[in-house]
Design a protein around this ligand. Sequence first.
Ligand SMILES: Nc1ncnc2c1ncn2[C@@H]1O[C@H](COP(=O)(O)OP(=O)(O)O)[C@@H](O)[C@H]1O
Ligand SMILES: [Mg+2]
Length: 256
Amino acid sequence: MAPVIDLRDVVKEYPSGAGRVRALNGVSLEVMHGEFVAVVGRSGCGKSTLLNMITGIDRPTGGRVTVAGTEISRLPERQMARWRGENVGVIFQFFQLLPTLSVIENVMLPMDFAGRGSADERRARATHLLELVEMSDQADKLPLSTSGGQQQRVAIARALANDPPLLVADEPTGNLDSTTAEAVFRLFGELVEAGKTVVMVTHDIDLAARTRRTIRMLDGRIVGDDGSDRSRDLAGRAVVEPAPAVHAPASALSAG
Ligand SMILES: Nc1ncnc2c1ncn2[C@@H]1O[C@H](COP(=O)(O)OP(=O)(O)O)[C@@H](O)[C@H]1O
Ligand SMILES: [Mg+2]
């Protein structure tokens, strides 16, 4: 099976006052379907730039980026937003929910953009996703009247709206207390068990140690990649014996 993420010799330079900043300096990376990958490294090492290459939020200066079978580094700008909406769910540190829309309207929005199903079907799917993240009882509230942890769970439901194979999260627990961070981390683990691929940038070394694979970056390069850590199951729980891959039915997540 082809990798869901395939980066080859990716370079990203930004213009700066002094000349150019090399945020990524020749990064090659393959991530297979169903992997749970943590990306770590000190501030400024290129983690967010790497994620922006994977989501197509930004384009490489050199090299090739193929995600979910599409070479997005060659995709025309006008096709990028639609491609992203259908193939990647993006989750940010500060949630980035639209404050004037209710919780359920935020989750319906990506389906509205994709022109997916009838209005009733979108609402039903959004309700189902809010149940999955245990937020269905807050569906009609405005995001800012809920807690940070609740907003992040809504953002995860929104990321799942169009049932993308890949979820990309940039410090999703960075603004949460440790208990709430734990709940959000577990939710990612459950999504991986259900068949999603998750790439998560984190400053939290304890959380990173619990994913099967951790990628370490320094100065725009990947300097460490522990591959597949068999002492963890897909959801990041410690296992004594190497566990066979368990694939929970994806039906809980797929569009009805
Ligand atoms: N839009 C931009 N314009 C100029 N420089 C940038 C931009 N985005 C990132 N950089 C620079 O690229 C480097 C990597 O940044 P970033 O990927 O945000 O690091 P991280 O997420 O690991 O903290 C830093 O030196 C940063 O200042
Ligand atoms: Mg960053």
